[in-house]
Design a protein around this ligand. Structure first.
Ligand code: CDP
Length: 224
């Protein structure tokens, strides 16, 4: 079964997708980690777009997705935390707008999800990558709440950031992601929209699990 959760930055997609994965036994796939991995390479290549595009067939990145864990390697180096750096944060939307990078990631996502039960999170999964997904969700929250959540998350990790800096990054990425020509951030017509501004984490997860249970009961049997 393929379940996709799309939405803007800081809407709670990754925490929600991981919890849904934990409670269903599906594997969690983070498409943003792939765009972040290619952004890491872009920065390593001094932001040389031509060079990045040249190595896309042999990029050396490896993505490992397990139930609630996504790890990224470049060759032997574990770059899981490097892809969350400020420098990657500030360039990722630019790299994600490159058509060649999107084509590569789209194929990687389809390969990694083949013959597997997965819950994926991203921006264009319901519209472009998996238009026939079994279930599609679009998770939103008002921009202030999203910036605040992302800020709290980073402070909890011990990072030195200001709320203003986080808000600016979230707003800039949202603007670039929603207005780009290729695969913009957009709700699929058949996606269930969940506004999490006033929902507790448990409420939002329960809502999604209910859809999954109904869907799998209708399809074949039940999941625990
Ligand atoms: O965690 P957060 O929502 O802040 O970001 P992310 O999911 O790690 O995605 C980082 C960036 O990758 C986004 O701002 C988009 O520019 C890009 N992205 C995309 O274009 N399409 C996707 N399916 C996933 C991410």
């Amino acid at each position: 079964m393929i379940i996709v959760i799309d939405g803007p930055a800081g809407a709670g997609k990754s925490t929600t997708a991981k919890e849904v994965a934990r409670r269903t036994g599906f594997d969690y796939v983070d498409s943003g980690a792939m765009y972040r991995g290619f952004t890491y390479l872009y920065l390593e290549y001094d932001q040389d777009r031509t060079r990045l595009i040249e190595i896309l067939d042999n990029h050396g990145l490896r993505f490992e997705f397990h139930i609630t864990e996504a790890r990224v390697f470049h060759g032997k180096k574990d770059i899981t935390s490097d892809i969350r750096s400020d420098s990657v944060n500030s360039r990722v939307s630019e790299v994600a707008a490159m058509e060649e990078v999107r084509n590569t990631v789209r194929q990687l996502l389809r390969d990694v999800s083949k013959d597997r039960d997965v819950v994926l999170e991203g921006r264009d999964l319901g519209t472009v990558v998996f238009p026939d997904a079994d279930l599609k969700f679009f998770l939103t929250a008002d921009p202030g709440a999203r910036a605040r959540r992302r800020y709290d998350e980073r402070i909890l990790k011990g990072e030195q950031v200001s709320l203003e800096q986080v808000r600016e990054n979230v707003e800039t990425r949202d603007r670039i992601d929603s207005t780009r020509d290729i695969a913009p951030l957009k709700k699929a017509d058949d996606a269930v929209e969940i506004d999490s501004t006033f929902l507790s984490f448990e409420e939002q997860v329960t809502r999604i699990l209910k859809y999954i249970r109904n869907r799998s009961t209708a399809a074949q049997g039940s999941i625990s």
